[in-house]
Write a protein that binds this ligand. Structure first.
Ligand code: PLP
Length: 386
């Protein structure tokens, strides 16, 4: 702050270049050869598609349970989202993936590990091989997650991460693209806006590789600031402790609410190791009105819960039917049926064990209240007609 060097590149050199060091540290953390730090997770996704040569109008497959910046990144790259249904475990349905890949002729799958729910990566990779699909991973909720011992973010050709406030790392804004291919890394550096100062990168291919792309690669100005990197570097070191605590918070709340017969938690394969910063659950047999009333009761007690089945998009929460800009996707019936009962509780690290128990208690009381109101109404109804 005192030096005023908030831009990642210095005209007089790059001493104290936190962004370059952070890129090296992040690449090591996620086990990829190169990392390019950018200004958002959405920008990292867009860059991933650009360096994979996505052309205007190209179809790009993406699972329908994701956050709006994901179809947004596909459109930003000039391509066309093709949404794929999810199953009851909230992750991509590989049968529908097969259908939509064949129908669209898509070459790329952007797999969003939404809210840290990890698909069966053996099945996904098998399907990608079968169909010749190139995989890009959206790891905005999957930093430090694993499948069968292998780090999420190392399955695809490229992986995008976010450092926006509500993710595992918080710089307010920020993102990372992680990948192994030297030419694609060179192109990502140039696209991100390196002003011919790419010699100041530490996680980068050699200057000859970059030189080959210089005049063919436009500057999109998607850089990370030095200030964001300075905020992120200490958080990176603290990440293992944070992930352990986040998972403990998740497990405590999830196991308490799973005891309700009106709630279903998605099955999780023992092969996945998640790193949860939120808890998701499905309400069983509730009408939209009942869910809205139940969430109002929780909100009145200070517990905000998001609902993917809400009629209108709100805050971070939306569903395929709200993304009219993505073009006609058909009804997406299976996904919307699952999202209709899907609720979401954000779990900040500041929650104590007592807070977790209180969260579960507020939720279970609200559910019981709605269910007993329904039972009384049913009895009154029967009494009247009887
Ligand atoms: C947050 C998020 C992104 C995008 O991150 P930004 O840094 O906000 O652009 C992408 N995918 C998912 C699933 C996210 O939650």
């Amino acid at each position: 702050m005192r030096s005023g060097r908030l831009f990642r590149y210095g005209e007089m050199g790059a001493d104290q270049n936190d962004v370059a060091v952070l890129e090296q540290e992040f690449a090591a953390l996620v086990a990829r050869r190169y990392c390019v730090a950018v200004n958002s997770g959405g920008a990292a996704l867009c860059l991933a598609l650009k360096v994979l040569d996505v052309q205007p109008g190209d179809p790009v497959l993406v699972n329908g349970f994701t956050l709006a910046p994901v179809p947004g990144a596909i459109l930003h790259a000039g391509a066309r989202p093709v949404l794929v249904e999810i199953g009851a475990d909230y992750v991509i349905d590989c049968d529908d993936l097969r259908r939509r890949a064949r129908a669209s002729g898509a070459r790329i799958l952007l797999l969003s590990h939404m809210r840290g729910h990890i698909a069966d990566m053996d099945a996904v990779m098998g399907t990608c091989d079968e169909l010749g699909l190139v995989l890009v991973e959206d790891c905005a909720h999957a930093l430090c997650a694993k499948w069968g011992g292998r780090a999420i973010g190392t399955f695809g050709e490229a992986a995008a991460f976010s450092a926006q406030t509500y993710k595992h790392l918080n710089a307010g804004e920020g993102g990372f693209l992680a990948l192994d291919n030297a030419d694609r890394a060179a192109r990502a550096i140039l696209h991100s806006g390196s002003y011919m100062l790419h010699g100041q990168h530490l996680s980068a291919p050699g200057p000859d590789v970059i030189a080959g792309w210089e005049e063919r690669t436009p500057n999109f100005s998607m850089r990370m600031t030095a200030l964001a990197a300075a905020l992120l570097r200490p958080q990176l070191r603290d990440l293992p402790r944070r992930v352990a605590r986040w998972n403990a918070i998740h497990d405590r709340i999830a196991s308490a609410i799973a005891r309700s017969q009106h709630v279903r938690l998605p099955p999780r394969s023992p092969r996945q190791r998640y790193s949860a910063t939120s808890v998701q659950f499905s309400l069983l047999g509730f009408t939209d009105g009942e869910i809205a009333a139940m969430l109002d009761r929780c909100a009145a007690r200070g517990l905000p819960i998001k609902w993917f089945g809400a009629g209108r998009q709100r805050g971070f929460t939306s569903a395929p039917r709200h993304w009219r800009y993505a073009g006609d996707q058909g009804a997406m019936q299976q996904t919307h049926a699952i999202l209709a009962g899907l609720c979401d509780i954000r779990t900040p690290l500041s929650l104590t064990d007592e807070d977790c128990d209180l969260v579960a208690e507020i939720l279970r009381e609200a559910i019981e209240t709605i269910v007993s109101t329904r039972a009384e109404a049913g009895e009154t109804g029967r009494a009247r007609t009887g």
